[in-house]
Design a protein around this ligand. Structure first.
Ligand code: HEM
Ligand SMILES: *[C@@H]1O[C@H](CO)[C@@H](O)[C@H](O)[C@H]1NC(C)=O
Ligand SMILES: *[C@@H]1O[C@H](CO)[C@@H](O)[C@H](O)[C@H]1NC(C)=O
Length: 560
């Protein structure tokens, strides 16, 4: 590789001055939240946003986004803002059998959500992100999302607003939840621009049609987040069942919409479509941030322009492999330059050339891919290009700090984690999923029929010269059943007789019994009294097996 020329330094300087972001790697919780919001996916790539994207109808009737949004409201609705209790805390998972929460849509949402919660993304964060993905999928604006919500471990108080309650009761309930009368009107209108009333859930409001189940939409565009619910109400053309129900007692939307003489809806309809959506956005964000007082929110989750994914060492095909991905955003309607060269550079971590003493290493990406952008990511204006590095290395050299350069023609950008560089946490303990045998046979169902427990072999490598006193896997099983608490368990691993040492590591293995759908775990070892861990893993690391040969070059560390 050629030594970088002068423009390289200039671009690095420019980059440093313009990147005043609070994010520094590693921020695993933020990374996990960012992935679910902007790629719509959990750690192993399974997509949540695909379930709702395009404002998708649920097979068998109903609209996924509408049900997700209603789920968030029912979770929020029993909040006590002054006491700092309740709100979006996933207590609804334990309340689905209550008469407060009729409708199979809420149960369907709970089953979907459960598979996307993990160590870093609470069920309640999934509820908030689901509402945001749903609203955007149907044409609403992106709702700003912070993470860090704390999950309830039991049902909360009763008291979701009912359609037969009077306006004073509704106003008081929303006030207790932290919303004033205007916000109440707005929130109901913004919620009831999607979906409608199902005859199966509210037969006293919507009747069956010739014996067939009916979904009567709140407005003529029940799968579009467009606030027709408000304009049709004001125009007197509405077919909103909670306005036109034969039984006047059940016309809760009529009472709420008219509680200020229609002033809030008139100003909503008079404003530009963009302003109207922004008004919804404000009140929806307020709902999603109505949380218990113990909550410590993350920063607002923004799309990361350059994201380093999963850097770690592993052993596969008999070699020690340095494994990392770099994900870059790309503006929709543009392509990455065809002559782009993305390079991973690193110092050795061990031996006489450690810390870039005399030499360092570089490698080109082994593969390029385009991870999906969620509806929220697309509205942000971006899709992704991801560059995957898989480099055989020696355990005597290992990996010290690393960084990336992206060369587009004559422009070079360097990504050094704001000058702190990227670093592996440790190299004594590594995760080696490709050495595991697939034991996912003989799985059986239990509990509420959701989870299917299967056996998963976990393989961990320990540097050959070390003698661990304990090697273990800590699994975090959230998706067992909607009515069960997440299960955490520790399994001890033993030195494998069948997996031969390779790449400077010896291997320990063991079997965990868990619902492998959505499973994450940490692996670790105690060596000389110190615990070393690899964090937030899935049964599969990645499917790419393609390597590039590293080049050894004269040491050059970019200054920032
Ligand atoms: C006084 C307040 C409210 C009452 C009494 C109420 C009542 C109802 C009722 C009876 C349904 C029909 C459910 C079914 O048939 O399964 C419904 C649906 C829905 N509600 Fe509300 N609601 C209220 C406030 C809200 C709020 C604030 C939101 C969201 C911000 C919301 C979002 C939804 C959505 C999206 C649906 C459609 C669900 C579907 O199509 O399956 N609601 N609501
Ligand atoms: C209207 O609904 C209320 C509340 O469910 C109920 O008590 C009342 O009997 C209903 N009226 C009629 C005429 O069905
Ligand atoms: C590399 O540098 C770090 C920090 O400057 C130091 O702690 C470490 O011992 C060095 N490693 C080697 C192998 O020289």
């Amino acid at each position: 590789m050629k030594m970088p020329s002068i423009p390289f330094f200039l671009s690095v300087a420019l980059l440093a001055s313009s990147s005043a972001t609070a994010y520094t790697w590693p921020s695993p919780q933020y990374d996990a939240l960012e992935k679910l919001l902007y790629e719509g996916r959990r750690l192993d790539g399974q997509s949540m946003s695909d379930l709702a994207s395009g404002c998708k109808a649920r097979p068998g009737g109903g609209n996924v986004a509408a049900q997700w949004l209603r789920f968030a409201f029912h979770d929020f609705a029993t909040r006590d803002a002054a006491a700092g209790t309740g709100g979006v805390d996933a207590s609804l998972f334990y309340e689905l059998d209550r008469s407060d929460n009729p409708g199979s849509g809420l149960a369907a949402a709970a089953n979907e959500y459960l598979l996307f919660a993990s160590k870093y993304v609470s069920r309640a964060d999934v509820v908030a992100i689901g509402a945001a993905l749903g609203v955007t999928s149907c044409g609403g604006l992106n709702i700003p999302i912070r993470g860090g919500r704390i999950d309830a471990t039991a049902g909360g108080p009763w008291g979701v607003p009912g359609i037969d309650q009077d306006i004073a009761t509704h106003t008081a309930r929303f006030a207790t939840a932290g919303l004033n009368p205007t916000e109440m009107i707005l929130l109901v209108a913004c919620g009831h621009t999607l979906g409608g009333v199902h005859s199966t859930d509210f037969p006293n409001v919507v009747s069956l049609a010739r014996g067939q189940a009916v979904l009567q939409q709140f407005d003529t565009t029940g799968t579009k987040f467009d606030l027709k619910v408000a304009s049709e109400y004001l125009a007197g053309t509405t077919r909103n069942p909670l306005v036109v129900a034969a039984n006047v007692t059940l016309r809760s939307d009529a009472r709420i919409f008219n509680s200020d003489g229609g002033a809030t809806l008139r100003s909503l309809v008079a404003s530009s479509p963009a302003q109207a959506l922004a008004s919804c956005n404000n009140v929806l964000a307020k709902m999603l941030e109505g949380v218990p007082k113990e909550t410590v929110f993350t920063e607002t989750v923004k799309i990361l322009p350059a994201k380093v994914i999963d850097p770690r060492l592993t052993v596969e095909n008999g070699h020690l492999i340095f494994h990392t991905d770099l994900r870059l955003t790309q503006a929709i309607g543009t392509n990455a330059p065809s002559n782009r060269i993305v390079t991973l550079s690193w110092c050795d971590g061990r031996g006489s050339t450690a810390n870039c003493t005399r030499t360092m290493n570089t490698a080109r990406a082994a593969a390029t891919s385009q991870p999906p952008s969620s509806p929220v990511g697309l509205q942000e204006g971006f899709y992704f290009n991801q560059y995957s590095f898989r480099v055989p290395i020696s355990s005597t050299q290992s990996v010290g700090k690393f960084w990336f350069t992206v060369k587009d023609g004559s422009t070079t950008k360097t990504f050094t984690n704001g000058g702190a560089f990227y670093k592996l946490k440790q190299d004594n303990v590594i995760y080696a999923p490709r050495l595991a045998q697939s034991l996912n046979i003989g799985s059986h169902h239990h509990g509420h029929g959701l989870s299917s427990r299967s056996r998963q072999q976990v393989v961990v490598g320990i540097r050959s010269e070390l003698s661990p006193s304990k090697v273990f896997v800590n699994s975090i099983e959230v998706a067992n059943s909607v009515t069960e608490l997440p299960v955490k368990s520790t399994t001890q691993l033993t030195l494998s007789q069948s997996i031969k040492p390779a790449g400077g590591y010896k291997f320990y293995s063991g079997t965990i019994h868990a619902n492998t759908d959505g499973l994450t775990f940490d692996v670790g070892a105690i060596i000389g009294g110190i615990t070393y861990t690899e964090d937030y893993l899935t049964p599969q690391l990645s499917t790419l097996i393609s390597y590039t040969t590293p080049s050894v070059v004269s040491a050059f560390i970019p200054s920032v």
